[in-house]
Design a protein around this ligand. Structure first.
Ligand SMILES: Cc1cc2nc3c(=O)[nH]c(=O)nc-3n(C[C@H](O)[C@H](O)[C@H](O)COP(=O)(O)OP(=O)(O)OC[C@H]3O[C@@H](n4cnc5c(N)ncnc54)[C@H](O)[C@@H]3O)c2cc1C
Length: 536
């Protein structure tokens, strides 16, 4: 069963090995182990619902608790402490576009706030209800989880928008296709959520971001249904598809979605190579993408992430042998691990692999054992489970991410890490901070930083620590020739920083779109646009 106060399925957990924890303790002294509340005590706090009785609306306390928060660190702290603040008044689970329309009509007539909900995996506060005089209705799309049609001639699949990653792939693979969208939250995130928050998957190099996969949809808005047709490309004015992408539940509810799919590749393999330094690794991957060598994923771990990954992997003896071999080949301290994937037909993969290896070699790269690539593939969706284990050791873990042009990557990465590292200096609390580059483009890439800090001695003080770190991180991005988010979206946490990226006219255009589709502002207030700031 899905955890009510953390990540994933409660029948699975991931332990950090003893040597990994020892390594972490050498970087950051663990903080307090804070006691968790139980589900029953949170359910007991849920106030009476303000919604009328309706066949499609569930108002039981546990369902409302399970839809009150996403997966950001403040959400985590709220769920663990029981300090939720606001709960939705009820949750509806529509099974068809007609039922979504019925709920939208009801919300407009009866003056409810509506929060569209996919998998609830947001890490930016997207689906959290705000305190309001209006009753809040969360609409969980999880019952619309079917592959509804597959047009093999045009390679377009129609899904219910609430279909989560595993069901997208299982239903397509049964027919010989894949969507190829694999965010780390794949286990729970949904196709509608990906479109609404402009998601990017681990193999974006081959399959593209969700923007490239998204062909069309039905979006139920207060103004009526927006039907976006599946045309491969068009020069007919601004693209309505692009209006739906990143709308974050503020314009309507995507009920059905058409996605561009690909036949399953003949073969897929993942590999690891070690480069002597971050600069050599960065230059090598840039050369690979700018030469358009068809890989399916590429990720550069900086030196500290490389060290952290190797220590957290356990297997001390094998890692020691690997490190002495790498050192003998000239790849020593400061080394960076690059993980890459080849996906396609056997002949193409062979060629891509040999061209890639040649470029890495020219930058001093030494191949890692094949087993390391296999392990990455095996564990690619499991790492989020580690947060639970580290939490029990007294550590809070969070990430932030951006994208920038190649000429700005190194400088911005250092600025991001330093901003976070220094953010708790006044409390004397050290942080462990490391970064990888992923989602490579010819012009730049995404930068993804993870930080681990010690819990303070209370939930409130731990949240205050997070706020300081988050502000330092966001201010660095807002002034750093970069985006406030490459893949996690805006939600409520990034909304104050959106204007820095979009400018006055850009913000005006976005607000005009929201008002057109939702003139009474009932859809997901506070997400994407921070009304408190914007009304000043
Ligand atoms: C451990 C972890 C790893 C992650 N890794 C990645 C990653 O690799 N790549 C990545 O892109 N993201 C990642 N994320 C972030 C998150 O998974 C994405 O933002 C994802 O796209 C959210 O999808 P969801 O279905 O869970 O949407 P939700 O979180 O439920 O909602 C997100 C937003 O979309 C809106 N929305 C959802 N469904 C609909 C709909 N049908 N119609 C209209 N609006 C809707 C909501 O109102 C909300 O504003 C990660 C999150 C976690 C917790």
């Amino acid at each position: 069963m899905r955890r009510w106060n953390g990540w994933g399925d409660d029948s699975f957990s991931m332990e950090a090995p003893g040597s990994g924890l020892e390594f972490l303790r050498s970087k950051v002294t663990p903080g307090s182990v804070l006691a968790d509340v139980n589900l029953g005590s949170v359910c007991a706090q849920v106030p009476e619902s303000r919604l009328p009785t309706h066949l499609l609306i569930n108002t039981d306390a546990e369902t409302r608790v399970r839809h009150a928060r996403g997966q950001s660190l403040p959400d985590w702290l709220a769920m663990r402490s029981g300090d939720f603040g606001v709960f939705p008044d009820g949750v509806a689970f529509p099974e068809s576009t007609e039922q979504v329309q019925e709920l939208m009509k009801l919300a407009y007539e009866e003056d409810f706030t509506v929060i569209p909900y996919g998998g609830g995996t947001s890490v930016a506060g997207h689906i959290n209800p705000l305190a309001s005089d209006r009753a809040v209705l969360t609409i969980d799309m999880g019952h619309m989880n079917k592959l509804m049609a597959l047009n093999e001639e045009s390679q377009i699949a129609t899904f219910g928008a609430g279909t989560p990653g595993p069901q997208v792939e299982a239903q397509l693979r049964a027919k010989g296709y894949t969507l190829g969208h694999f965010p780390q939250s794949w286990e729970l995130a949904t196709v509608g959520g990906w479109v609404a928050s402009r998601s990017s998957g681990q193999q974006s190099l081959r399959y593209g971001r969700i923007e490239q996969m998204f062909a069309g949809c039905t979006m139920v808005s207060p103004q009526g249904n927006l039907e976006v047709p599946t045309i491969p490309a068009s020069s007919a004015g601004p693209d309505v598809r692009e209006i739906v992408l990143g709308s974050e539940g503020r314009m309507g509810i995507i009920s059905e979605v058409q996605m561009r799919v690909t036949p399953i590749a003949q073969k897929e393999q993942f590999f690891v190579v070690f480069l002597p330094s971050f600069e050599s690794a960065k230059k090598a991957v840039r050369e690979i993408v700018q030469n358009k060598i068809p890989l399916s994923m590429l990720r550069v771990s900086n030196a500290l992430e490389t060290e952290t990954q190797l220590r957290l992997a356990g297997h001390e003896k094998q890692i020691a042998i690997l490190e002495s071999y790498l050192s003998f080949r000239g790849v020593k301290e400061g080394k960076c691990m690059v993980t890459f994937g080849v996906t396609g037909n056997v002949g193409q993969n062979k060629l891509s692999l040999s061209q890639t290896r040649k470029i890495f070699k020219s930058f001093g790269g030494v191949n890692g054992p094949k087993m390391m690539g296999d392990k990455w593939a095996e564990n690619r969706f499991k790492f989020p489970y580690l947060r639970e284990n580290l939490w029990l050791e007294g550590y809070a873990v969070d990430t932030f991410e951006t994208a920038t042009d190649w000429d700005n990557v190194t400088e911005l990465m250092h600025a991001m890490e330093n901003a976070v590292r220094d953010s708790l200096k006044d409390e004397g609390a050290p942080l462990h901070v490391y970064t990888h580059l992923s989602h490579m483009y010819a012009q730049g890439c995404s930068i993804y930083t993870t930080y681990i800090f010690p819990n303070a001695d209370s939930y409130e003080a731990t949240l205050e620590r997070w706020k300081k770190i988050k502000a330092a991180a966001c201010e660095t991005l807002a002034t750093g020739r970069s985006t406030i988010s490459h893949q996690h979206g805006v939600g409520k946490d990034h909304a104050p920083y959106l204007a820095a990226e979009k400018g006055v006219l850009g913000m005006g255009a976005i607000k005009a779109l929201l008002s057109f589709f939702d003139p009474k502002q009932k859809l997901n207030p506070g997400t994407l646009i921070d009304e408190k700031i914007e009304s000043k």
